[in-house]
Design a protein around this ligand. Structure first.
Ligand code: ADP
Length: 474
């Protein structure tokens, strides 16, 4: 099978990375830091972890070959430490790292940081900084899509500064609309407006929220689509004019615009729509001669598909793509950062295929009965599922672990695969039932409700399904 050959090739040629790289710093924490380290170690690389004082007991610190606290205690907030660009670059240089992997979140979409890493003579495991500049901003990304003839959600073609422009758009397209921060991410920085009388206030709020959350008050408006699906395409480019896709994921199961469950491939997508989306995603990536891994996101409704944005980094849900393609995305990222072309890695579009289905659930320390409020405390019991087709990507899930209020509430990613969507679903359900976490509240009972819900079982959820379905909480 072409896939296995590709994989074998990567395994046999892991010195291709270690010949150019010896040590990589992971500018992140928790599960993604550990995920990157695992592959780096497999490839024969040394790893350097960084951690904030408040995070000194986090597992990622202990899994690395070396780990360093960022600045002295008290200089940064718990999150701010992972954003301390100069300190992080200095640690990487001092420890003779050849590359910096940013993971997701934190500095992963920060072109300035990418430039600093490169200026210090190290490789940035991600797209060129110019690409991050062009695609990390949703308004600019829409323009790139327009230039490629890829459909976007009807919206303002540029940022809007005056309420009159917002009113004009709404008069033309009607309500509901969604006001989005150009620099928003992670489901934040968006406001849905359903009535004309709410527009002015929402517009002002969106702008000031964008400014305080992302340091940039630029906003634009799109029509708010009714019950769309969120379909995204995993892309891989080598920056040498070669781009391929690793098929799609269905990430429609969301809560307040944030993904909860992800599936690969999309279980109910029309074949012709799938082909069009895959082709459009590649078109955009080719247009910018994309380097490294990225994701093109689309919304799909009964009328068609619409590009919404590109995430120029590895994503939380890359796991499901790995499970169905048999490829290690972190390994590919490191190889591409080391300068290998897709050809040299024996990767071409016809060598990538999908086998079976994979589902990922984000197990979080949140209480679904209390509006998903994050819970904190000590994990007293932790008995995880396992076995054939069950994958766990975690960081702080273990007995005695202290869950602090400082960071994202993602505890562990549970990924289950199977020959069909139904088989993967059953495996996921059995794994959730088997999983025991006590001492801190989790969303696992809610995930069980979801996995046994008839709309989910048919693979038919839309992006607001959870918000529209109170029975899931009962
Ligand atoms: P983020 O960068 O915060 O992830 P996205 O632009 O990717 O934001 O959108 C996240 C989610 O918000 C989408 O998956 C979808 O559920 C919802 N969304 C975004 N734009 C629209 C739209 N125009 N109509 C309906 N839902 C939307």
């Amino acid at each position: 099978m072409p896939n296995e050959e590709g994989l074998l090739h990567l395994k046999n040629t892991s010195p291709v990375v270690s010949k150019r790289f010896h040590k990589v710093l992971i500018a992140n924490r928790g599960e993604i830091a550990m995920r990157v380290m695992r592959t780096a170690h497999e490839l024969g690389l040394k790893t350097v972890a960084i951690y904030a004082y408040e995070d000194r007991l986090n597992m990622h610190r202990y899994k690395a070959d070396e780990s360093y606290q960022i600045a002295p205690e008290g200089k940064y907030t718990p999150v701010g430490a992972y954003l301390a660009q100069d300190e992080i670059v200095a640690i990487a240089k001092e420890r003779n790292c050849d590359a910096v992997h940013p993971g997701y979140g934190f500095l992963s979409e920060n072109a300035e940081f990418a430039r600093k890493v490169e200026a210090a003579g190290m490789r940035w495991v991600g797209p060129r900084p110019e690409t991050i500049d062009d695609l990390g901003d949703k308004v600019k990304a829409r323009n790139v899509a327009n230039a490629c003839g890829v459909p976007v959600v009807p919206g303002t073609d540029g940022p809007i500064e005056e309420i009159e422009e917002a009113t004009e758009f709404c008069n033309k397209y009607g309500f509901p609309v969604i006001i989005k921060a150009a620099m928003g991410g992670g489901g934040r920085g968006m406001r849905v407006v359903r009535k004309a009388e709410e527009l002015a206030e929402s517009f002002e709020r969106a702008r000031s929220e964008a400014l305080s959350a992302f340091g940039d008050g630029t906003v634009f408006i799109e029509r708010f689509l009714d019950r769309p699906k969120h379909i995204e395409v995993q892309l891989l480019g080598d920056g040498k004019d070669n781009v391929i896709h690793l098929y799609e994921r269905d990430c429609s199961v969301q809560r307040r615009h944030q993904k909860v469950v992800e599936i690969a491939p999309a279980p109910t997508l029309d074949e012709s729509v799938r082909d069009a989306i895959l082709a459009d995603a590649v078109k955009i990536a080719k247009h910018v001669n994309y380097r490294n891994a990225g994701t093109a996101e689309f919304l799909v409704d009964s009328r068609g598909h619409y590009f919404i944005e590109i995430n120029p980094r590895i994503q939380v849900e890359h796991t499901v793509t790995e499970e169905v393609t048999g490829l290690d995305l972190i390994s590919l990222q490191l190889h591409i950062a080391a300068g290998w072309s897709l050809n040299e890695l024996h990767l071409s579009q016809d060598r990538v295929s999908v086998r079976g289905f994979a589902i990922q659930c984000r197990v979080t320390t949140e209480d679904p009965a209390q509006g998903f409020q994050p819970d904190t405390g000590k994990i007293e019991v932790y008995r995880s599922p396992g076995g054939n087709g069950v994958r766990l990507d975690g960081g702080s899930g273990f007995m005695g672990s202290i869950i602090t209020p400082h960071y994202d509430s993602l505890l562990v990613k549970l990924t289950c695969s199977g020959a069909t969507f139904e088989k993967a679903r059953r495996r996921m359900l059995a794994s959730l039932v088997e999983f025991r976490i006590r001492g801190v509240k989790t969303n696992m009972w809610f995930l069980q409700h979801l996995l046994t819900n008839d709309v989910f079982m048919k693979g038919d959820c839309w992006t607001t399904y959870i918000d529209d379905t109170p029975s899931l909480f009962a």
